[in-house]
Design a binder for this molecule. Structure first.
Ligand code: DAH
Length: 338
């Protein structure tokens, strides 16, 4: 066998050597008294004089390479392998590299939790576009032309499309869903909304809301109370209390601001609830007849309720977070806690 073929064979074969016993067999096969190298050496005297020195050198070189390979392999078996050589290309004894597990963002987790509560009560989950028409965001919801929220300082309008905007709430999906379906309807809509607010600990230019609404022939305000109380107890705990305070929204009449007893002080009054003992968590009411008119529903035949809440606020209350910016800074020290 020619010396280069022998060398290749040795390099491949040592990779298959998996125990000290196999290594000894390997050593004897090549370096033993009757081994391959001894055999090569024995033919040197028969060669023409001018070839003897060359082959002699080559055999000696191969011998020392072979010895180095055997020593390296021995170290692998005794646990002392330090440097990677051709004989330690694959060290099956090395510990693996642990993969970090990803997880859902806390806001996504809260959305999924709230979705589940409402889906269990028979609601379906819908969504709508973040770029909305002015009609769906305002007009269809009975928000008059002179309402301050329509101002360019309070809503992001699209520069080249004056009738388009980034939705400022998830309520426009009421208009979309009612126009495309017939009652009975029970829908919730989680999603992003946008407002040009200056950023501080409780404001961002983008946040999340969940809108909910139900329309049928006999939907009542007490039904709304029951649904919202079930939701609040499932998310914040069975012991919380809930109260409705009169409020105004253009798309609901009557409208209410819904509060729960402070989950921090249990209603006694603390810095989180501003000493009031109550926390505002959402807006709600009975869908205004003008909204039904805009979507072509007969308000004599149908009634409905609607509600809307900010997810970041719910998550902040639930987990005791005091700065909304933490959600979106992508700081793993924060995110890994959920
Ligand atoms: N869209 C309102 C907002 O962004 C929240 C809201 C209040 C939604 C009352 C409703 C509702 O459906 O009935 O502030």
């Amino acid at each position: 066998m020619d010396i280069n073929t022998l060398k290749t064979q040795i390099e491949l074969e040592i990779l298959q050597v998996n125990s000290p016993e196999e290594l000894e067999v390997f050593r004897a096969k090549y370096l033993g008294r009757k081994g391959a190298l001894a055999e090569l050496t024995s033919i040197i005297p028969q060669l023409p004089i001018e070839q003897r020195a060359g082959l002699g050198q080559q055999v000696n070189m191969l011998k020392s390479q072979l010895q180095a390979l055997i020593t390296d392999r021995q170290k692998v078996f005794s646990g002392g392998a330090t440097k990677v050589t051709s004989s330690t290309i694959c060290d099956l004894g090395m510990p693996g590299i642990a993969q970090e597990l990803g997880r859902l963002h806390p806001i996504t987790q809260v959305i999924e939790e709230i979705n589940t509560v409402f889906v269990n009560m028979g609601f379906v989950v819908a969504d709508g576009p973040e770029v909305e028409t002015e009609f769906n965001n305002f007009t269809g919801l009975n928000i008059p032309l002179n309402h301050p929220s329509r101002d360019a300082f309070d809503t992001f309008y699209l520069k080249d499309y004056p009738k388009m905007l980034l939705r400022s709430h998830t309520s426009p999906v009421q208009v979309r869903a009612m126009k495309s379906r017939k009652p009975p309807l029970a829908v919730i809509v989680p999603g992003r909304v946008y407002r040009p607010d200056a950023v501080d600990a409780s404001h961002l230019f983008m946040f999340h809301q969940i809108e909910g609404f139900m329309v049928d022939t006999n939907v009542t305000f007490s039904g709304l109370k029951g649904i919202l109380e079930t939701f609040a107890k499932k998310v914040f705990g069975e012991e919380i209390k809930m109260r409705f305070r009169p409020h105004f929204f253009p798309f609901t009449e009557p409208s209410a601001e819904v509060e729960i007893s402070c989950i921090i002080c249990k209603g006694k009054g603390c810095s989180v609830c501003g000493r009031k003992g109550w926390l505002e968590i959402l807006g709600a009411g009975m869908i205004h007849p003008n909204v039904f008119k805009q979507v072509g529903y007969d308000s004599k035949k149908y009634s409905g309720f609607a509600f809307g809440m900010g997810i970041e606020r719910i998550a902040m209350l639930k987990y005791g977070i005091n700065d909304i910016r933490l959600f979106f800074e992508n700081d793993l020290r924060f995110l890994k806690q959920f």
